[in-house]
Design a protein. Structure first.
Length: 405
């Protein structure tokens, strides 16, 4: 059986939520090849640099933790977690290369220790470059030298990689425009969701109108608009509540801004902030909410959106990244035409009013996204398994139309 080394700066045993970590776990679980996982640990008793085993569902994979992270200390640190992880990758480079297997990284900087070796390298962008371009609230990202360093790093890794996976049509267009000479390296392969796990509840109990957000609390999510729009909605529906599920393992100035916006709009009693939650604890929030809202300033195609849709939860989203290619007005939710709190409040109300009908459309479109199909296509692109079907990633326009049919 073919081998693959999956590398990501997350604890594959631990609970911290996050779209990329959830993607990496799902990939390791469903890949039809022998996957070796390289990550970090939040457990101070875990041996560092020794191969162990991590279980994802019914599947066990070899696991090499190369870094211990103290969560409380990391949140206070101005040094991003991923750059500590890169140093650890340099340290354990020989152990990883000894597997003589292709490498699959989820962040550009994770490719730095492997630029001068001949092992095949594949990179999933997860919209990272757009994220760095637009996030200015983190002190590190304000420094011009850092941005220049990141762009050079990304270009070097893409040049070195045998293939680059992008997860939305918007991401594909972004990277092809940025690296036109390397356009053949970019392959759009839609994300997938576990629809057998994320599914509508058998019954729903009556409750006050509930608006849900799941994701990182960072600048990309445009949470000022979400808080302002919910405040307008709350003026009309005084029992309504907003639940914010998420947080960050890194230093995060946005979280304090979110709390300030909540206080400014006078909705502190109506907003619940859960912080980071284990995966199994998030599912009930999807199943009990009335509408899922993403007011992002930029996006790829977030796992949280697909999970919400799979649970039959209609969504209201901004027209950025891959969001409008999935959400269709009056079928499974609504797309904002401008960043306007009044329009957001109106669409939240409309989505809740038509929830039963929109729920059917949400579930139907989520079922078009299979995590097994995504993993299969990625492994085919890497040449790890034989292709038994036409590869749609080379026919972007056809893939775009399939995405919304």
């Amino acid at each position: 059986m073919s081998r693959l080394v999956l590398i990501y700066s997350g604890d594959f045993r631990g609970y911290p939520m996050g779209g990329v970590l959830e993607y990496a776990k799902n990939f390791a679980r469903y890949a039809p090849v022998e996957v070796y996982v390289v990550g970090l640990t939040l457990n101070p008793e875990q041996s560092i640099g020794r191969w162990d085993t991590v279980r994802m569902g019914s599947v066990a994979r070899p696991f090499l933790p190369i870094l211990y992270v103290d969560e409380a200390r990391q949140r206070r640190s101005r040094i991003p977690l991923n750059y500590r992880f890169v140093r650890a990758l340099h340290r354990f480079r020989d152990e990883i290369l000894a597997l003589n297997a292709p490498l699959y990284i989820q962040r550009a900087e994770h490719g730095l220790p492997f630029l001068d070796c001949s092992v095949p390298l594949y990179f999933n962008t997860h919209g990272q470059s757009a994220f760095v371009e637009r996030w200015t609230s983190h002190p590190l990202f304000r420094w011009r030298w850092f941005r220049q360093w990141f762009y050079r790093t990304e270009a070097r890794v893409i040049q070195r990689a045998q293939g680059v996976i992008v997860i939305s049509p918007a991401d594909h267009d972004f990277y092809v425009d940025k690296f036109p000479a390397l356009r053949e390296k970019f392959h759009y392969i839609p994300l997938g969701v576990e629809t057998e796990i994320y599914r509508p509840p058998a019954t729903r109990e009556a409750h006050p109108p509930t608006v849900l957000f799941v994701g990182r609390l960072d600048a990309s999510k445009g949470l000022d608009l979400l808080i302002a729009g919910f405040a307008r909605f709350h003026q009309k529906y005084r029992e309504a509540r907003l639940i914010l599920v998420g947080g960050s393992q890194d230093y995060n100035p946005v979280e304090s801004q979110v709390r300030a916006w909540i206080a400014e709009h006078g909705v502190a009693d109506a907003v619940q902030m859960t912080g980071l939650l284990p995966r199994e604890a998030i599912l009930p929030y999807y199943q009990s909410a009335d509408v899922f809202v993403l007011t992002s300033l930029w996006e790829g195609l977030p796992n949280a959106l697909l999970e919400a849709l799979a649970c039959g939860l209609p969504a209201v989203v901004t027209a950025v990244g891959g969001l409008p290619s999935v959400i269709q007005d009056d079928l499974n939710g609504y797309v904002l035409t401008e960043r306007d709190p009044d329009q957001l409040a109106e669409l939240i109300e409309r989505a809740i009013r038509h929830r039963d009908r929109l729920s059917e459309g949400a579930r139907a479109i989520a079922q078009q996204f299979s995590i097994e199909a995504h993993v299969q296509k990625v492994c085919q692109r890497m040449g790890l398994i034989m292709s038994d079907m036409p590869d749609l990633s080379d026919r972007l326009e056809q893939a775009k139309s399939e995405l919304v049919c």
